[in-house]
Every structure is written in structure tokens, then in C-alpha cells.
Design a binder for this molecule. Structure first.
Ligand SMILES: NC(=O)c1ccc[n+]([C@@H]2O[C@H](COP(=O)([O-])OP(=O)(O)OC[C@H]3O[C@@H](n4cnc5c(N)ncnc54)[C@H](OP(=O)(O)O)[C@@H]3O)[C@@H](O)[C@H]2O)c1
Length: 281
């Protein structure tokens, strides 16, 4: 049995789908089982990273765990999870982390993940760390301004990023969970091509069939935009200082991990844009 946490989210839901396709037994954790929609083959468990009792039930009888959580309490969450996993005899954890910069510049999100990683390592359970860069699905945050104004506002300037399809992140995770030999490995995962926001916007324009304008903005304007979109302050404070790293052209490195781990090419941003075009209309 494999426990998938974050199972109702962008990456976790794909992990569930792909594990089922690989013929694995899956237990999916959510705080609200009554709201969640899963395939009938999935064993659904109510669990919360804040509640060790619920995690104890979630890991009972489980061999491997996919750990996905977020925010400044990642270290506490993954300590709670891995301590219960150790007691239950779990033999492998695959953790979703984040690329989050380089040796000189680490963003706050990566630092939260490093605390989670450390907490898992302290239990001695063999660990695989999957570190994705920016998700292609972050473009969904542009929906409102595309629909209402035909514009995308960003403080990334002309900096390039290689956004990754969430399905590809899940594919790497599923290889690590469903085949042998991934314990102790760290996988940096990006999409196949580094793109500026302007280039992503042109690709989206083609997929949607509507002209969209890219409007570069300052960090202060970006903060106001994220606040009015309802993004939590801890996330805004973590993301803003990182824009400078992107603008300086330091976030453009492409990792070929999807290809080497899964044996097939990574999806492009054009692939993602075509699949998701209706979300922007
Ligand atoms: N977006 C990016 O560009 C990017 C880049 C690199 C790394 N990441 C990392 O990706 C992760 C986010 O992945 P995602 O976008 O797939 O997530 P998501 O779609 O936002 O979903 C979040 C999931 O976490 C679960 N969750 C939230 N609080 C919980 C709690 N207290 N206990 C148990 N479960 C809880 C939710 O489940 P329920 O509500 O059903 O309980 C949901 O399934 C974060 O770790 C982030 O740092 C993101």
C-alpha cells in the first residue's frame, strides 16, 4: 500500500492516477473525505499534517509514502508524518520539495522544505527528494486578468524559467514510488525549455486564440496583485524576493530528469496550454 498525501491537489491527484495505472494499491489522504472525489479503487483516509493521531491511522499498513505539504510549518508537518511512519514500519518516503534557487540564493519556500527533509532524514527512513521548478499550472493565476483585460502582469521581467508540467512531476514521483533503486536520490525536475513570461504569454495566446499582452510590473505592484488575488501573506513574502533571482537570469537552467527517470520526453508549455486553453476563455 502506498500513502499519497496532498492527494486532492495538483501534483498529488496526478500521483494517485498514475499509481493506479501502474497497478498499485493507493491510500489517499485528505482533511475532507466527504468533499474529495477519488477512483473507487482508492482507500481514502482522513488525515491532517497538524494531527499526529490522524497520521498514525494514515500510515498504518503502508510500505511507501508520498509526502506533499506546504507553508512555513513544513518542518513540523513532515516530522509528524515521518515519526508515525517510522513506528508503522514504512520503508521509503518520496518527498516533494522545490528547486528554490542555488547555493547563494535560497528562497524561503526551499528553506521550509529543507526543514521537512531534515525531519524525515532524522527518522532514518530512506528518502527520495523530488525538487520541481515552477509549475506550468501557475499560469492559471493569470486567468482573471486574461479574461477581464486580455493582459498578464508579472514582475519576472525578461528572466527565463523552464516551467514543468505537473503530470511530469507526478511521473517522476511515481517512478520513485513504484520501482526500485530511487532511495537516497535527489531529482531536480524542470520542463524542457526556459521561457520568459512574455514567451509563455505568446504560447498561451496561440492556444486560446486571443491576443494577450504581457505587462512587466514592479515588485510592489506584484504584491498588490497577489494580495487582491487572495494569496496568503506568508507565500507573497516568500515569492517576492525571488523575482530578483529570476530577473537576473539565474533561474533558467533546464534539468533533463523527466527524460532520464521516465524514459520519455517532458511535456512542453505548448502541450500544457493546449490542454488547458478552455480555462482561460
Ligand atoms: N507551484 C509551484 O510552482 C511550485 C514549485 C515548486 C514546488 N512547489 C511545491 O508544491 C507543493 C504544492 O503542490 P500542489 O500545487 O500540488 O498543491 P495544491 O494543489 O495546493 O494542494 C495542496 C494539498 O495539500 C493538502 N493539504 C493542505 N493542508 C493540509 C494539512 N494541514 N494536512 C493535510 N493535507 C493538507 C490539500 O488536501 P485537502 O485540502 O484535501 O486536505 C491538497 O491536497 C508545495 O510543497 C510547494 O512548495 C510548488
Amino acid at each position: 500500500m502506498i500513502l499519497v498525501t496532498g492527494a486532492t491537489g495538483t501534483v498529488g491527484s496526478e500521483v494517485v492516477t498514475q499509481l493506479l495505472a501502474a497497478g498499485k494499491q493507493v491510500r489517499a489522504m485528505t482533511r475532507n473525505p466527504s468533499k474529495a472525489k477519488f477512483d473507487s479503487r482508492v482507500d481514502v483516509v482522513k488525515g491532517d499534517f497538524e494531527s499526529p493521531e490522524s497520521l498514525q491511522r494514515a500510515v498504518s499498513g503502508v510500505e511507501r509514502v508520498f509526502s506533499l505539504t506546504f507553508g512555513p510549518r513544513i518542518g513540523i508537518h513532515e516530522r509528524n508524518l515521518s515519526v508515525e511512519a517510522k513506528k508503522a514500519g514504512v520503508r521509503h518516503i518520496v518527498k516533494l520539495s522545490a528547486l528554490g534557487g542555488d547555493e547563494e540564493v535560497r528562497n524561503a519556500i526551499r528553506k521550509w522544505h529543507d526543514e521537512g527533509e531534515q525531519a524525515i532524514r532524522e527518522t532514518g527512513i530512506p528518502l527520495t527528494v523530488v525538487r520541481p521548478g515552477a509549475f506550468m499550472s501557475n499560469a492559471l493565476h493569470w486567468r482573471e486578468t486574461i479574461r477581464s483585460q486580455g493582459k498578464v502582469f508579472s514582475n519576472y521581467g525578461e528572466g527565463k524559467l523552464p516551467p514543468v508540467h505537473p503530470r511530469d512531476i507526478a511521473a517522476v514521483v511515481v517512478r520513485a514510488l513504484a520501482s526500485e533503486g530511487h532511495e537516497g536520490k535527489e531529482y531536480s525536475v524542470t520542463g524542457p525549455e526556459a521561457l520568459t513570461v512574455g514567451e509563455q504569454v505568446r504560447i498561451l495566446s496561440n492556444a486560446i486564440g486571443r491576443t494577450i499582452e504581457y505587462v512587466p510590473v514592479t515588485d510592489e505592484m506584484a504584491r498588490k496583485g497577489m494580495e487582491s488575488a487572495g494569496m496568503p501573506v506568508f507565500l507573497i513574502d516568500a515569492l517576492l524576493p525571488f523575482a530578483e533571482f529570476i530577473r537576473r537570469g539565474k533561474a533558467g537552467h533546464v534539468h533533463r530528469t523527466v527524460e532520464t527517470v521516465t524514459g520519455r520526453a517532458a511535456f512542453t508549455f505548448s502541450d500544457w496550454a493546449r490542454e488547458n486553453a478552455t480555462a482561460f476563455r
